[in-house]
Design a protein around this ligand. Structure first.
Ligand SMILES: N[C@@H](CCC(=O)N[C@@H](CS)C(=O)NCC(=O)O)C(=O)O
Length: 279
């Protein structure tokens, strides 16, 4: 699938534009109708349900550039992916630049990028007009701290509750830790501007909400997770976290990537697999 954020404009057909002379180099307009010339091809390798891949998918949607998204079957990884894209065998990964080739025939001329957080940071650096990277060093620090708290505390507590025998208390504590770092009365984590903090955290913030809403969990009692969802969405104590989660879930880039139905189904099927193993 080729995703393109091109805004159509009559100037695109202007004979003075150097498209024909530049051959393979792509050019397009961004949403502010300014010409982006010589943009290099971007191929993003993903799986649909991977939250780490979702970080990169959200960041690339935010910067409004054309890119190709290609699904990797992790249960049957193609040899070309391991040898020519990411020897670690993980998604996400990116092939950047080089000739326009089919995603399953990556060119040795493209640069390969891996690790979701590094990819989010690279997207922010490569496309600075998106303002994904906060302007001040202090806000960059704050963004990175939030990313760290989400990835180390929230993800750990969520995975423990979903897949093992984690407790509701630990998940609540981790939500409180995240909430403490969110700037009060901002729409997103730091301000009304969507930044790397939001792109990197959105897949996990949305998962907490979707997981609890759907009452999922390996060792939770029926109704226990839904009870946590009611607590977070109704108790004023969690109002900042909940308003943040709502803003995240409503962001078009996040809505496009995080499938309300698909994510709980994945958790649910994993839940069933683990349950049957325990029987
Ligand atoms: N640290 C990596 C983690 C990525 C990761 O664990 N991706 C999973 C899918 S969600 C994966 O590719 N797993 C490989 C496998 O299942 O063999 C990142 O942030 O990019």
């Amino acid at each position: 699938m080729v995703l393109t954020a091109v805004s159509h404009d009559s100037r695109r057909d202007d004979a003075e534009l150097p498209e024909s002379r530049l051959g393979k180099i792509q050019f397009t307009y961004n949403e502010n109708m300014s010409l982006v010339m010589g943009s290099k091809q971007i191929t993003l390798y993903i799986t649909q349900t991977c939250p780490w891949a979702a970080r990169a998918r959200i960041a690339l949607r935010e910067v409004n550039v054309p890119f190709t998204e290609h699904d990797i079957d992790l249960r049957n990884k193609p040899q070309w992916y391991l040898s020519d894209v990411n020897p670690a065998g993980l998604v996400p990964a990116i092939a950047y630049g080089g000739p326009n080739v089919p995603p399953d025939q990556p060119s040795s001329e493209s640069i390969k990028l891996r690790e979701s957080l590094l990819i989010v940071e690279w997207v922010a650096d490569e496309f600075p007009k998106s303002n994904l990277l906060p302007e001040s060093p202090l806000n960059r620090y704050r963004a990175r701290l939030i990313i760290d708290v989400v990835a180390t505390k929230l993800v750990t507590a969520l995975n423990a509750l979903v897949f093992r025998d984690g407790t509701s208390e630990d998940l609540i504590k981790s939500i409180e830790l995240v909430q403490k770092e969110l700037v009060p009365s901002a729409k997103y984590a730091l301000s009304d501007q969507f930044t790397i903090a939001d792109a990197a955290s959105a897949p996990f913030i949305s998962r907490v909400i979707l997981f609890l809403k759907n009452d999922l969990g390996v060792s939770t009692e029926p109704g226990q997770s839904k009870g946590l969802y009611d607590l977070i969405t109704q108790d004023a104590k969690f109002s900042r976290f909940w308003s943040y989660a709502q803003a995240i879930l409503e962001r078009p880039s996040v809505k496009d990537v995080i499938n309300e139905v698909r994510v709980p189904i994945r958790y649910d099927s994993l839940w069933l697999i683990i349950k049957s193993r325990n029987c």
